[in-house]
Every structure is written in structure tokens, then in C-alpha cells.
Design a protein around this ligand. Sequence first.
Ligand code: X8Z
Ligand code: ZN
Length: 657
Amino acid sequence: MNTQRAHLGLAIATALLLAGCGSSTDSTVPHSTAPAATTAPAEPATPSESADDFIARVNATQEAMTPEITSAAWLSSTYINADSQRVAAAANERMLTKTNEFIEQAKLYDEAAQSPATARALHLIKTGSSMPAPRDPAKLKELTEIATRMEATYGAGKWCVDAGDPASCKDIGQVSEILAATDTSTYDEQLAAWNGWHTISVPMRKDYQRFAELTNEGAKEMGFANTGEVWRAGYDMTPAEFQAETDRLWGQVKPLYDQLQCYARGKLVDKYGEKGQVNGLIPAHLTGNLWQQDWGNLWPILEPYKGVGSLDINSALEQRRDAMLSTEVNKAGGMGKLTAEQQVELGRKADFESATAMTKLAESFYTGLGMPALPDSFYTDSQLVQPRDRDVVCHASAWPMNTDGEVRIKMCIKPNEEELTTIYHELGHIYYYLAYKDLPPLFQTGAHDGFHEAIGDTIVLSMTPDYLASIDLVDKPEVSEQAVINSQMRMALAKVAFLPFGLMIDRWRWGVFDGSIPPDQYNAAWWKLKAQYQGVGPASPRGEDLFDPGAKYHVPGNTPYTRYFLSHILQFQFYKALCDASGHTGPLHQCNFAANPEAGKRYWAMLSKGASQPWQQTLKELTGGEQMDASAILDYFAPLQTWLQEQNQGQECGWSS
Ligand code: X8Z
Ligand code: ZN
């Protein structure tokens, strides 16, 4: 579910269930033994029920249904088996049916006079669906089966080097480790791992085609042209205006991305020779990341000034985990006293202690701003490390289990920098849930989904070298121009590299939903968009027998993705506003608002508004402006952009897609 709004299922999204990157009730449940829904759009609102009463009933229903639905979804994501899926399917089918019923009823009040709060709630009901479901019960059931199957296929996905030998199979964590080791894995090893992971999505191809047909049918019944239009309707502007907004924002940041692409490509060519590029494109398997969305693992190749201002957080986290293991081993009387099985157990214990310590570190940033401590149940009920005995969906997510502040995260944490920042990201969702938990359930979601994704990332921007030193993750930072460039590059490999990726995934899905990308061009269109936006290409042609979009979680998981692009613009706006509130003067990238009560107060005030008002108003209250705007990210990276331009002088930058 994920999704920001998903509320009563897929659709109403508003709230609950999916508000962050949460579960997937909406998208995953397999098939159901629940009572069949009726084809009728639901009982019409009776004349005796006013719009206010209708909204009160939706809120009460949401509050009542949420715990069971989220529990079922949680089980099916943390214990992938037929039973958990059956239970989740039944819950999901009930929820989808209810959602369709409420959407139909909400339309009956289009002309009625109503309070602003009721009008807002009605609007959210009609636009909050990420998986519009057909009314026909048989088709609704088929949709839930497909969605469940796709997510389970992804969650259990493995690349088996030798098809006959289960011991040769690698899960996403193991494949990612091969790609991440850009300084030790060879070109061919990275290529094999990348190709291997992209075999897991081949079986999803037919399912995705049918999924698009079925959700399009649901969208049309709701009064939209197709599913993509439903997704674009959730931004307090028309779908067409929203699309134009994303083009405008991309136009603002593209010159910065182009410089980074050019610099990275040059370094890859230095390392790999002509194999370091494909017609000006960066080879997809060489970026240290399965999807080329975060280039942080290219640090050994792209570090501007070797060793200046050590920012090796990975080593610090690994050392901490190893120290935890040593303590455990010593307590047990030394390694020599332990059986192989006991050694594995102690390793697991150290993994769990390390993951818990990393989570508490992230929590301390939020409490330092004056936000509440996480409830005890967060630590007892979250999944922090990957279980050994079963398949789970490892993709990180944050879950509101009810409408009253019971929250959890689901991750497979390892001791490295990428995972640490993901914890900060997930806690952003969690603190949003906690801040708006006293609003009516329909308003318990982000101002828009990009806000939800930006909360934790804004905190990550505040993790300057100074801050990292203050929590002993790096040595006292060096102050020099070279250190600034190194630190900016570290951030750009995560934030700037991401921008075109954040845009292209839904460019592809919008095209699938509106029919401009027909099924026999799924893969070709995917790579065309990757070339156009990211300047990335495959090492060898990818045919239509493959289904490369399915190898990225959010496609089988049906999580709209433009939210992350918006988040990467917005988080710099939030950061600037909180820096201003904390009294920061000087270059934006040097600001660290940790422990500043004024910043904390203003942030919490924004979070507490949830979706109770248009996002433009919420943005204005924090930043003073009503528009998403890239000037803050450009201001932040100004030193790096100048440096990149100098480095790239004489290079032929750019590519043709
Ligand atoms: O999916 C996520 C989060 C959960 S909302 C872990 N993110 C996107 C991704 O991994 O593709 C965070 C950044 C982008
Ligand atoms: Zn998220």
C-alpha cells in the first residue's frame, strides 16, 4: 500500500493505510473468499443523510476498518505465504468494495451546500485512489489477485545463478551488494548481477497489462479518462496543470543533472574505457544501483578530492556492528566456545542491535526537535532486520496500523549509509502519522504525497559533516573548499542523480494507462524514457520478451512515483524554511537545524495539518510561498554546479536518446 492515501483501500486513500510508503493493502491482496461485492454502485445516500453525516460515517468506517486491514496487509508483507495472502485478500476486497461505494455516494453531494471541511473531505474521497477498482465484483477480485501476485513475485524474487541449485540464488539484498561494491566488483560481475535481477519481472508482464486494463476500467467508472489521470488529480489543481508543473520543475533542474551525468560518464570512461558509456549514455549496470536512482556507491570513482574530509559512514556503521558482535562473543566466553549455529545466532543478535541503534539515532534527531519519543510498540512490533526463515517484502515502508498513532516500520536494515538515511526517511512518515493522528481519518494523510516523502529527507539534508561528527560517525570535519565540494558531491549522488528517475517511472505508467505505450512496446518505451531523462542505457538491447519496469518495486507494488520527484524539490524548500527559522545565516548547504526548537515547532505545525487544507496553503505557512520551486535545490548545490562546469570544460556533454 503504499501510498499516500489509500485509505479504505485503494482508493480513498486518504489516509490511513498508505499514507507513507506503507503497506499495500490496496495493491496486494491475492484473492478473496470474502462475500462478493455487488455491481451496484452502492446504496444512494438517503435524503435523510446530510453531507456532514455522510463524511462522519466515512470517517467512522475508516477508523473501524483500518486496524484489521493493516494487520492483514502487514502479515502478508512480513510472512509471504498462502494463508496470510488469503486473509489479506479478504480484507482488501471488503475495503475496495467499500471505497467504490463511498466514491459513488460522494458524487451525490456535488451540488449541495456544505462546510469547507466537508467539501475538502468529499474532494479527497473522489480523488484519493491509487488503484481504481472496477465495480464488477469478478473483475475487482481479478484485480486484487493480480496485484497480490505481482507484489509477492517481487518480494520473493531471486536471481539463481544455477537454476538447479537453490544455494546459488540471491535475493535483492545480495544482488545489491554486488552492484554496490563498485571498487571491487568487475564490469562483468556487475552486469551479471544486474541482468540476473531483471529476470524476476519477466512473469509480471502479462499481469501488468491486465492490471492496467482493469484499473482503467475502475478509473472510467469514477469519471476519469484513465488511471494516470486519477493519480494526477490529487494535487489541488487539474491533472493537466499538474503535468505541466512537473515539466516546469524538471526544466529548472535539468541543467544541474546534465552536468553531473557528464562528469560521472567521464569518470566511468576513465575506469572502464569505451565500455564506460553506450552512445553517450551511462551503462545501467555501472552506477552501483539496480535502477540508477542513487549513485552514492560510485563514491570511490567520483570522489572529487581523495580523502578530503572523511565521510566514510559505511565503515563507522560496520565497525559499530562488529563491536556489538565482539561484545556478544566475549560474553559467551569467546568464539572457540561456540558452535557454528551459535555463531550465526550471535551474528543475528548483533544485526538486530545494530539496526535498533541506527533507528534510535534517527529517532533522536526528531526528539531533539521537540517531537515525541516513539511508542514502545514501535520497537517491539516493527520489522527492522530480514528474517532468516521466510520471504518478506524487504522494500522499506512505514505503517500507521490504526488511526490513533500505532506505528511501525518494515525494513531489512544493514549497517550502511544508504540504510541509515532510509531510516530517517521512514521516520519522517512515522512522525507525520503521529502529528496528524488527532485529525478526522480522512485528513490523516500528507498535504500531498510529495510532502509525505519529503519529511524525513529534509532531516537528512541537515546531516552535514558537522552533524555527522557530533554523533561520532565521522571525524571532526575539515574546513576547506575541497571539503565542501566533497560533501556536496556526496549529497548530489543521492539527490541530483535521483531527479530524472523520479520523473520517468510515471511518464512510463501515464503512457501505459493512456494507451500511448501499447503492451508490445512496454520495454522499448521504458528504455527510451530512461535514455531521454536519465541519460542511462542498457549494455545490450532489451527486447519485449523482458519486462524491466517490473524489476523496480513501485511498479508491481503500484505506488505512484512522481511523489518522489516532487519530494526532491520540496525537501530543499522545507530545509531552507527550517534553516531560516533556526536563525541560520551563511550558505544554505552548511545549515544544520538539529536540536533547534523553533525549527521543530514549525515543522510539527505543518505536519499536524495533514490534508485538512490545500497543500498550497500548508506550504505557504511553512515557507511563505505557494509554489513548488527548484530555486532552493539550485541554491544549495551552487558551489558544486560551478565546480562541475569547470571539470566538464572541453568535454562533449549531453546525449541523444
Ligand atoms: O520507496 C522509497 C522509500 C519508501 S516510501 C524507501 N523511496 C523511493 C525508492 O526507494 O525508490 C525513497 C526514495 C525513493
Ligand atoms: Zn517514503
